[in-house]
Ligand binder design. Structure first.
Ligand code: C2E
Ligand code: MG
Ligand code: MG
Length: 562
């Protein structure tokens, strides 16, 4: 697949022509899947053997339902979602298709994601029929995934209780070895590791080579005493000493995912997915370790994938299900309404109202926070413009994610928004959560300067929850510090924290900035905290976040309109 890197940055049409040429002399079915717009382009010969309606298929997720074996569809769908979101750039999966006669065909699909000229994520690769392939691997001499699946199917059917454990082992930096030292070096590592695993697991325990750099150990030995964690440690140590013996000329480590129970009533597909998840967890936790499959963590992961898919669908349907709520911000002097914070809400048919604490991180991870952040900015600016008719000095606070800072042209978006909506820059306050790394990034510092020079104020959000740093306040030149509710709650409970808040507020004032105290719920809380001299208050006591119409009714129509 190394030729794929040369396709980076080519237009879709150019890529198609290259692929058509390669396809003529290939046994496989080549394809391009435009993940961004869900369009699939497949070689003509694939349409003859499989029920594809044409060589170019729009809305491919739907069409694939009639080509992919039904119980493998979710597996594929989850994998493609990972490629779409950028979590994976390599796709390698063995699963089943149905041919035009409805017969099951095992296929191996391999591909790489490249970015096309229009910024679309394109998965380019090929599908080969496993039935036409050898079931053993020439590099390691081990049996391959097709054989593993066939064997596991019969074990699960006839004697599921005999399975002691499955362990999926992956090389942590295999791609790097292949890229830096060449494919031969990669093959050598695979061979060396295969030998090492076989020797350690001993007679009677099965070892298979899976796609790319992964192996599977299947232990069905009746009187086996060896525990999978011990096996893993032995493999880990054996590799470490091999690496040392070669004087660190080639360094690698392995991670593993283990499944030790719950084999009855499971399909092979599920077991493959469970071990894959455990292995990925081991890699996510920092690699070079073994992780046991955890059903609860897997369910959370699936739910997040599901939410991400629904969020993506809602974003592409004109922000269906999203709404911006507004919470009043009052001045500490006379408790006058002076502004509002825009807070995003999302309701899905399947999950109902989902908390921002759940969906905002998913939007961030998937990059969807960029379009959604623009939506919030525009909505909030338009609302602010309407409300300034009631209160001329009204300002609107909009939360920004660090992803927007790093991965989008925020300055351009803010400028455009201000111009198109027609509000004064002074009416907009951008809220940023403190985080250590922003501080050291020159590009971000430039952005803060640009915003300041345009008279757009910054507020330092969530102060007191983690990385609270006065230097940071100076660095981003924030006009406002927002003290988080968790800090306020602590201060209400103990004098020490109360005194700290009091001192922080003095310090903020001496730096020429102002303080907004968040999370005041009760009258008593208000009177106690007022003695610390905040400048603004935001909390349920003055109003909960509400839809624009309700906010207007409750807080603005009651005041005199000009
Ligand atoms: P935040 O920016 O610190 O927003 C204040 C949060 O405190 C809001 O939670 C608000 O409902 C809650 N709150 C305000 N007063 C009280 C009170 O008296 N008692 C209690 N218990 N809570 C109070 P919410 O709306 O759930 O939002 C949570 C976080 O999600 C926000 O924290 C913000 O970090 C993030 N968020 C919300 N909307 C957006 C958005 O449009 N973009 C980005 N990037 N993040 C957002
Ligand atoms: Mg905020
Ligand atoms: Mg806050």
């Amino acid at each position: 697949m190394s030729y794929l890197s040369t396709l980076q940055g080519m237009s879709l049409e150019q890529i198609r022509s290259v692929i058509e040429i390669i396809q003529q002399s290939s046994e496989t079915y080549m394809f391009i899947l435009d993940l961004t717009v869900d369009t699939y382009m497949v070689a003509e010969k694939a349409t003859k053997r499989f029920p594809f309606p044409s060589t170019v298929i729009e809305n491919c997720s739907e069409t694939l339902k009639s080509v992919v074996y039904p119980s493998d569809y979710d597996l594929l769908s989850a994998e493609l979602e990972e490629c779409r979101s950028g979590e994976k750039d390599i796709h390698a999966l063995e699963y089943r298709w149905l041919d035009r006669m409805g017969r099951v065909v095992w296929i191996s699909c391999k591909g790489t994601v490249v970015t096309g000229t229009e910024g679309h994520r394109l998965l380019i690769g090929s599908v080969s029929e496993l039935g036409k392939k050898a079931k053993a691997d020439n590099i390691t001499g081990l049996r391959r995934e097709v054989r593993l699946r066939l064997n596991m199917e019969s074990i699960l059917r006839d004697r599921p209780e005999s399975v002691r454990y499955l362990m999926r082992i992956g090389i942590d930096n295999f791609k790097e070895i292949n890229e830096k030292e060449g494919v031969e070096a990669g093959d050598e590592v695979l061979r060396e590791l295969a030998e090492c695993i076989i020797k350690i697991v001993g007679e009677g325990v099965d070892v298979y080579r899976l796609v790319a750099d992964e192996f599977m150990i299947v232990d069905t030995l009746k009187n086996s005493e060896k525990r999978p964690c011990d096996i893993y440690r032995q493999i880990q140590q054996a590799i470490a000493s091999m690496v040392k013996n070669k004087e660190y000329s080639r360094f690698y480590t392995v991670s593993a995912g283990v499944l030790e129970e719950g084999f009855a009533d499971r399909t092979v597909e599920e077991l493959m997915r469970f071990t894959e998840f455990a292995l990925n967890e081991a890699k996510r936790n920092g690699r070079n370790q073994v992780v046991a499959f955890d059903r609860a963590a897997f369910d959370v992961y699936l739910e997040r994938l599901n939410i991400r898919k629904l969020l993506r669908q809602d974003v592409s349907h004109d922000f269906r299900g999203f709404e911006v709520y507004y919470q009043p911000i009052v001045s500490a002097e006379g408790y006058r309404l002076i502004g509002a914070e825009a807070l995003l809400r999302w309701k899905s048919e399947k999950f109902g109202n989902v908390s921002p604490a759940v969906f905002i991180p998913i939007l961030e991870e998937s990059g969807l926070i960029i379009p959604v952040g623009q939506y919030v900015l525009w909505e909030a600016a338009k609302t602010c413009k309407r409300w300034k008719a009631y209160i001329p000095e009204f300002h609107i606070n909009v939360n920004l994610s660090y992803v927007q800072l790093y991965k989008s042209d925020l300055m351009r978006d803010v400028e455009r928004c201000i111009q198109e909506v027609g509000i004064e820059p002074e009416s907009l306050v951008l809220e940023l959560t403190e985080s250590g790394y922003i501080e050291s990034d020159d590009r971000i510092k430039e952005l803060f300067k640009d915003l300041k020079s345009r008279n757009i104020d910054l507020a330092l959000d969530d102060f007191g929850t983690g990385y609270s740093n006065m230097r940071y306040l100076k660095e981003i030149d924030a006009r406002t510090v927002k003290i988080d509710r968790t800090f306020v709650v602590q201060a209400l409970k103990n004098e020490y924290d109360y005194n700290i808040i009091s001192h922080i507020i003095d310090m903020v004032h001496s730096l020429g900035s102002v303080v907004c105290m968040e999370g005041i719920e009760e009258k008593e809380e208000l009177s106690k905290m007022m003695a610390t001299k905040p400048d603004m208050i935001q909390g349920y006591y003055f109003g909960k976040p509400a839809p624009a119409g309700q906010f207007e009714e409750q807080f603005l129509r009651a005041t005199d309109s000009p």
